[in-house]
Structure formats: C-alpha cells, structure tokens
Write a protein that binds this ligand. Structure first.
Ligand SMILES: [Zn+2]
Length: 295
C-alpha cells in the first residue's frame, strides 16, 4: 500500500498592524481572513486555496476544529471560526488539513495575529427585581438555565447558513457588543449582544438559514428565539412581544421570527441580537459584515 503525502509546513508571520494583515500567501497555498484585524470577540471567516484538488478541508484554530466548504465562486474553501472574548492578544496558529483523491493529504499552518479589542463601559438603570431577582423567581431562573444549557449543548453538524448574514431589523444600533455594563451601579456583566432600537411590534428576521431550537419565554431574555445554523453557530433574538415560529421549525434567511418588544430584562422595547459559537458570545456586528462567497 503506497500512501502519498504532500506536506507543506510553512509558518508565515505577519506584522501586527501591517497593511497586509489578513492575507498570508505561501507557495501555492493561500489564506485570507475577515476581519483582517482580529480581536478578542471576533467571528472570523477564513478563505483558503490549496495547491491540489481537495475533496475535504478541515481547520483548527484556538483549540476548535471546524470544516471548510468549497466555493466555485471564489475557487476557494471557506470556514467559520471565532475568537473568544477571553482570548489574550498574541499570535495563534490556523492549521488546515486537506484530503484529495488517491489519499493525498496536504497540510498548512498560518500565524494569525489577535489584537486586544477596546470595548466601552455603560451604566444602565433597570427595575431592581432584575438586578437582584426576588426569591420567588429563583426557581424559574434555574429552570431557564437548565433549558439554555440543554439547548446550547445540542447543535447540528450540518451547516445551514449560506452567503452574508442579514441584519435582523432595519434599525439604528442602540447598544454595542462587549461593553462592560453596570446595572444600578453594580457591575454585572459584559454586554454580549448588539441592541437594535425598534418599537414594539417590529418584525424581526432570521439573519440566515437554520433550525429554531428555542422559542419560548425566559425570565431575563423575555420571549426568546434561538436559531442553530450548524456546527456550533447560533443566533439569538431577545425581548420579543410575539413569536412567529416554533421550536423545530426550519427557517430561511429573512423569515420573520417574531415581533420585537420589551419582555424580560429590558429598559425599553429593543431587540437584543446575539451570536454564539461553541459556547462563546461573538460580536454580531462583525458577523453581519462578513462576506462569505456564494457556494
Ligand atoms: Zn442587549
């Protein structure tokens, strides 16, 4: 049995802040990523071209494995990954591992620089019951946590999104991702979503294709819809006044999921839109700005 291996192992280091950050051509391999300047909290779209025809390409980055899809539009492979909020600035390795016909294999590594994000701080005032929930609500909150844990643990291996992610509402942004938040003067958390200023009753659309894995009221989140887009990528839509989908529904990009509202822990009606990947919240604004190729 002969087994033919092609090994390409060149590590290309990029200078932080250099104009060409985000692209690292090396031999016949090439890799690019969006956004070009990665920070903690960024979703990332990798595009790779390989020196031989491949039937499969897998990647690993920051301890997570993910699969690439091939695109005729770009003659490349593209894959989605993320940089957690807690990732320290530094240089990390993207490793790609491809399989071609006749058991050919090809691997490559790229050095990817992650810089520190500068997220703002904001102070909020909400009804005191949501800062220190009354005792009688604790069972409800615990039940919600168990529900979320179960939902977050079960994700589809099949990728259901394609092309760009569209905004869930055509509205002004009223709160950005990553800001440190104090509720009634007490530092509670970092804001892990993107808020859209919408009045109650505004239709909220699916940002891409997927399956509804949660559509029910929760104490803090209010009426909440969660879509599984496959391979650990979820989008969440909070504080809705009304549901237009139910758990188990397959949804297409742009399909109306519900109407906006101010249910749960909300100071006023708005949409809190969040992106979760493999247990980490990522910046939704960056996800909406990615340019995935057509398949
Ligand atoms: Zn929010």
């Amino acid at each position: 049995m002969s087994r033919y291996f092609l090994q390409f192992r060149i590590l290309c280091f990029l200078l932080a802040g250099s104009f060409s950050a985000g692209a690292a051509p090396a031999g016949k391999w090439s890799a690019k990523w969006e956004p070009a300047k990665l920070v903690n909290g960024s979703p990332v779209l990798f595009r790779v071209t390989a020196p031989l025809q491949l039937t499969e390409l897998r990647g690993s980055f920051l301890g997570q494995e993910f699969s690439f899809r091939s695109s005729k539009a770009c003659h490349c492979w593209y894959g989605f990954a993320g940089v957690s909020l807690t990732t320290k600035p530094g240089t990390y390795t993207l490793h790609v591992d491809g399989k071609g016909p006749g058991e050919k294999e090809a691997t490559m590594s790229y050095a990817v620089t992650v810089a520190a994000a500068h997220y703002p701080t904001s102070a909020l005032k909400v009804a005191s019951g949501f800062v220190e929930p009354p005792k009688e609500t604790l069972a409800r909150i615990e039940e919600d946590q168990a529900t979320k844990k179960k939902v977050f643990a079960t994700t589809m291996p099949e990728i259901r999104w394609s092309g760009s992610f569209q905004p869930p509402a055509e509205a002004e942004v009223s709160g950005v991702f990553g800001s440190a938040r104090t509720f009634n003067g007490v530092k509670k958390s970092q804001h892990t979503g993107l808020d859209f200023r919408v009045n109650t009753g505004t239709p909220i659309a699916a940002t891409n294709g997927g399956t509804v894995i949660l559509a029910r009221p929760l104490y803090f989140e209010g009426n909440c819809v969660i879509i599984d887009h496959g391979q650990g990528l979820l989008t969440l839509y909070l504080h809705l006044s009304e549901f237009k989908v139910k758990e188990g529904d397959a949804v297409e990009k742009g399909q109306i999921l519900g109407l906006s509202g101010g249910t749960g822990r909300a100071t006023a009606p708005h949409l809190h839109f969040a992106v979760r990947w493999r247990g980490e919240y990522l910046d939704p604004k960056t996800l909406l700005e990615l340019h995935p190729p057509a398949n």
